[in-house]
Design a protein around this ligand. Structure first.
Ligand SMILES: Cc1cc2nc3c(=O)[nH]c(=O)nc-3n(C[C@H](O)[C@H](O)[C@H](O)COP(=O)(O)OP(=O)(O)OC[C@H]3O[C@@H](n4cnc5c(N)ncnc54)[C@H](O)[C@@H]3O)c2cc1C
Length: 354
């Protein structure tokens, strides 16, 4: 069967973004096989680069996208090679991330258990190098397969070419250059579980598990996430809305001297430190805030200061404006600029003030 492209006009996007905000795509192309991408690109209206939309769990629509929207629907998981130590898999971009994590665990493979229950697609995982509980996806990415619309070429990028960094990669820095079509992973059959981070050990102890395997760790991570993060099916959100800011070490040390409880982590190098955005936002009193403006449905989660939430009818604009006020208050009090983690469509996040 030849690969196909399905085109929808004036398509509603509310069910395609986890904030659950209203937005419409004038042109939405659903590609069921990456081989249809050249045809899809040839049929795009106008000359704007398309917005590739996965699960919509890291995107805020402040307005309707002014560009055509593409969704990749392929969900295949294929074993390319295996030996007694590890398995090399290729996963289509449209596959559900959590579904793939659980599939890998069911095959007896390790590595991705700390990344369980992150929403979204496999194709989006390398975009911001998803990470949680002390693990980043880059550790297991063998190659990223991508289509480059500008020259119509298919590529296979090595991890070095992907230039992964904290919540960053070449795909985020050179936005719209590549459409990720599949991700190759190499997963070990055996690996020491990583349980030193953020309550995993305590959760396992509470589960009565003394010598955890990868599946036990996934169960613990899922339980912690379900307690801490609002379920987007119930309350619209995109997980952490702000990245943890990386600041000069001198600034971090001065802040730490003034605020002993401020969590501080290594930065990109010896001269920088990563701060906890959640702590800074909480210190400004935003946790659990529900905005009286507009619909009254924009807010900050009571369970986690980093999570911007839509209690029902908030618009993308209301959520954006609230996020700006949160960032402004942190900047005013601590002199630290916060940057959003999700992609924002229809508004510009002002460059950090120096
Ligand atoms: C409750 C909740 C918890 C979360 N927890 C975490 C977490 O712990 N760690 C973490 O890192 N993230 C987390 N996230 C954010 C989000 O789930 C991830 O960033 C995820 O990888 C986004 O996948 P998506 O398919 O929904 O991407 P989308 O939101 O659809 O897209 C995100 C960006 O990637 C681009 N993109 C998507 N697919 C492709 C593709 N195939 N090719 C090129 N570009 C593409 C889009 O254009 C956009 O710029 C969380 C989100 C929620 C709602």
């Amino acid at each position: 069967m030849s690969p196909t492209l399905h085109v929808l006009r004036d398509a509603p996007l509310r069910a395609r973004n986890t904030f659950g905000v209203e937005a419409r795509a004038a042109w939405l192309g659903v590609v069921d096989d990456a081989r249809a991408l050249p045809e899809a690109l040839a049929r795009l209206p106008g000359d704007q680069a398309p917005l590739v939309l996965g699960g919509g769990s890291n995107i805020l629509f402040v307005d309707d996208p002014g560009m055509p929207v593409l969704a990749l629907a392929g969900t295949g998981i294929h074993v390319l090679s295996e030996d007694t130590e590890r398995v090399h898999l290729r996963v289509d971009a449209g596959a559900n991330w959590h579904g793939f994590v659980m599939d890998s665990l069911a095959r007896g493979l390790c590595g991705l258990e700390n990344l369980a229950l992150i929403p979204g697609t496999v194709g989006a995982a390398p975009i911001q190098n998803i990470g949680a509980y002390g693990v980043e996806v880059r550790e297991f990415v063998h190659a990223v397969e991508a289509f480059e619309p500008a020259n119509g070429e298919f590529h296979r990028l090595s991890p070095a070419q992907c230039a992964f960094a904290y919540r960053d990669s070449v795909f985020k820095r050179e936005r719209d250059r590549y459409i990720v079509t599949a991700v190759e992973f190499v997963l070990p059959r055996r690996a020491a579980p990583r349980i030193g981070y953020a309550g995993i050990g305590e959760e396992l102890a509470a589960m009565g598990v003394a010598t955890p395997d990868a599946r036990d760790v996934a169960t613990a991570v899922i339980a912690i996430r379900q307690r801490k993060l609002p379920d987007p099916a119930v309350i619209g959100n995109a997980g952490s809305f702000f990245k943890n800011p990386i600041v000069p070490a001198a600034q971090a040390n001065a802040l730490k001297a003034a605020h002993d409880a401020l969590p501080m982590f290594p930065g990109n190098d010896a001269d920088s430190r990563k701060l906890s955005a959640a702590w800074l936002i909480d210190a400004c009193g935003w946790k659990g805030h529900r905005d009286p403006l507009g619909s009254g449905d924009a807010g900050i989660a009571a369970s986690h200061a980093l999570v911007l939430v839509n209690h029902g009818k908030a618009t993308g604009r209301e959520l954006f404006d609230l996020a700006r006020r949160v960032a402004d208050s942190v900047h005013e009090r601590f002199g630290v600029a916060l940057e959003p983690e999700p992609r924002i469509i229809g508004a510009d996040w002002p460059a950090a003030a120096t």
